[in-house]
Design a protein around this ligand. Structure first.
Ligand SMILES: Cc1cc2nc3c(=O)[nH]c(=O)nc-3n(C[C@H](O)[C@H](O)[C@H](O)COP(=O)(O)O)c2cc1C
Length: 205
């Protein structure tokens, strides 16, 4: 069954946007209606049956706009199917699952979401932003460790999970209010030079 899915992400250097886009593409291939946008550009959450939220990790923390999104929408998210992911580790640690920051873990518990899935990240000279990132990107840690096969497999699991009957919420069976509200709006040009547009499919960098 076709579901309406929102994939939102918080990024600084574009890697997490690429992951979110790949997830959106896979869900679309699974027959779902998907919008992919930055957290700040999301339309009303009540429009969607399922929401996927991802953030880049910096100094073990989520981007503040992603935390704000969780906090602001805690009630709507509690009544929908929600998945979380974060993008971070590179180099020798690229396969290490990262703990959710405490504030994110607290919000995830309130929402009833399972812990965030970790995807390896990217740090490269061409896309690095900020003094520290540019400096690290000159060293041997610099690489694009994003694992597109693993990301697609995760999205496929979600696709299968939402295709069945909707979960029961405290108020009865979930049903998204599809009637109103603007769709998400593009927020920025990605660090890898592509324009991220609401609902559009782009090839991951
Ligand atoms: C200053 C700095 C701090 C970072 N801190 C972490 C961290 O604590 N944990 C982690 O897994 N990755 C960390 N990373 C790696 C980034 O999360 C990774 O490059 C990520 O893919 C960037 O995502 P974005 O391009 O969407 O902003 C850090 C990178 C930089 C430059």
């Amino acid at each position: 069954m076709t579901r309406k899915v929102l994939v939102v992400y918080a990024t600084k250097m574009g890697a997490t946007a690429g992951i979110a886009t790949a997830i959106g593409d896979e869900l679309r291939n699974g027959g779902h209606e998907v919008e992919v946008c930055e957290v700040g550009g999301a339309g009303p959450v009540a429009k969607y049956d399922a929401v996927i939220i991802g953030s880049a990790i910096y100094l073990r923390r989520w981007r503040p706009e992603a935390v704000d999104f969780l906090r602001k929408h805690v009630h709507e998210l509690r009544d929908r199917q929600v998945w979380l992911f974060h993008s971070g580790p590179i180099g020798p640690d690229k396969d290490q699952a990262q703990a959710m920051p405490r504030n994110v873990a607290r919000l995830a518990r309130k929402i009833g979401a399972t812990p965030a899935t970790t995807f390896a990240g990217r740090l490269e000279q061409d896309t690095a932003k900020g003094f520290l990132a540019k400096r690290i990107a000159r060293g041997n840690l610099a690489e694009d460790s994003r694992d597109w096969v693993r990301i697609a497999a995760w999205a496929n699991e979600i696709s299968a999970a939402i295709s069945g009957p909707l979960q029961r919420s405290s108020d009865g069976f979930l049903s998204a209010d599809h009637s109103d509200g603007a769709s998400c709006v593009p927020q920025q040009t990605l660090a890898d030079g592509t324009e991220q547009q609401a609902g559009n499919s782009t090839t991951p960098a």
